[in-house]
Design a protein around this ligand. Structure first.
Ligand code: SAH
Length: 252
């Protein structure tokens, strides 16, 4: 699937054994509309097109033995070179990679857009990862059957940050992870749901009070659910010390 990759300001080039999985969910809603209007472009390339033998083989048994198959370095190397992405970040989706963060997503969204290699089977010959300087990126501590869905996850997270994609929406400044905190709880109509009302402060019209409440809720949630994020928070400028976890008023 190719959507005029040359003219869009940001593009993702995906190398996969199942390029027909794209755009898939990336063709829907915000990302899909932005793709259709040329705010970004997607080029899904078939790794198999770079196979050279008569069986078009892309994989072989692991050296040293063991189950499954490994993607061949020569085929993948040729596929990467054919994609002509020397000046762009070159990633490979891998459970061994550095876990993807919102900070890395923001960096990738601010650049020209990455080349992303999707593995399958047992993974990829190490030599092509080294020789092409691929950055290994994980989307979490679990194992998927292929890199395509992981690549979609990364692309979706980037695309929603591209200029114009979220329109008037707050474009991520208040969201989970944007300031090292999980997001505060959200509410909308009806005013009362199964006996439970929207917190008074949110309908008070007092913006300062709302902001204070939201910060306190975000801090409480983060301290309770993600002690790792809480510990890594920047020090409070006024005291120069790490803030104490606030009292938990919501969540678990
Ligand atoms: N044997 C490998 C797993 C291979 S899974 C191992 O134990 O590390 C097949 C492919 O799925 C991988 O090459 C990778 O591209 C993709 N994949 C699986 N889990 C992933 C994850 N958590 N994050 C990113 N990509 C993943």
């Amino acid at each position: 699937m190719t959507s005029d990759p040359s003219s869009a300001p940001w593009r993702a080039t995906v190398l996969a054994l199942f390029p027909e999985m794209f755009p898939g969910p990336l063709g829907i809603s915000l990302a899909g509309k932005a793709l259709a209007s040329g705010l970004w472009a997607l080029e899904a390339r078939d790794i198999r097109a770079s196979a050279t033998d008569k069986h078009r083989s892309v994989d072989d048994t692991p050296a040293g033995g063991g189950p499954g198959m490994v993607l061949r370095a020569d085929v993948l190397g040729a596929a990467i070179d054919a994609a002509d992405a020397q000046d762009r970040p070159r990633l490979v989706m891998s459970p061994r990679g550095r876990p993807l963060t919102q900070a890395r997503v923001a960096e990738l969204a601010a650049g020209p857009g990455p080349l992303i290699v999707c593995g399958r089977f047992e993974g990829i010959d190490q030599r092509v990862i080294d020789a092409r300087g691929l950055e290994e990126v994980s989307i979490g501590d679990y194992v998927l059957s292929g890199g395509e869905i992981a690549a979609m996850t990364l692309i979706d997270a980037c695309v929603r940050l591209l200029p114009g994609v979220m329109g008037k929406l707050a474009s991520g400044t208040d969201e989970s992870f944007s300031d090292g905190l999980l997001e505060y709880p959200q509410y909308t109509r009806p005013q009362v749901f199964e006996g439970s009302p929207i917190p008074d402060v949110l309908i008070s019209g007092d913006h300062a009070k709302v902001a204070k409440w939201r910060l306190a809720e975000a801090e409480a949630l983060t301290a309770a659910r993600r002690p790792d994020l809480w510990a890594a928070r920047p020090k409070a400028p006024e005291s120069g010390r790490k803030r104490k976890p606030p009292k938990i008023t919501t969540g678990e």
